[in-house]
Design a protein around this ligand. Sequence first.
Ligand code: HEC
Length: 130
Amino acid sequence: MIRTLRALPALALLGLAGGLLGASPALAEGDAEAGKQSYQTFCFACHGATGKGDGPAGAALNPKPRDFSTGDFKYDADGDGKPGTDADLALILKNGAAKYGGSAVMTAWSPPLTDAQVADVIAFIRTLKK
Ligand code: HEC
């Protein structure tokens, strides 16, 4: 009983955080296994099989395709001060990198990818971090 009471303020805080998060568009949790297929179809040529930015079409590019094995990202597409969040990557995949000051070679990929497939491919990219 006492434990339950102690937990209440924490629960209230969680509820508050949930409410704040709810204010921004909800991002579906991606399925990395499904995302792998989209990656191999649309991203592999530049970003490479292991995500190092060394795909057959990526090696000669300047700037280089992002190296996903480091887990570092550059653009803060939603302007919240934190680059590389799922929301940032989703915006870049929706609008292309040029809109956020990046290379026009990294074009928009949605369409052809649906919002759900964007979430899946982001989940897959996260698995490439070594
Ligand atoms: C034609 C080559 C090419 C293809 C295909 C490509 N990219 Fe890129 N991508 C790039 C380049 C080049 C950059 C670096 C852009 C820059 O630094 O301005 C980049 C950057 C990125 C970034 C980094 C954004 C950041 O904030 O650092 C992500 C994420 C990304 N690509 C995801 C993808 C995904 C997912 C696909 C497949 C749906 C894909 N790319 C297909 C060339 C490509």
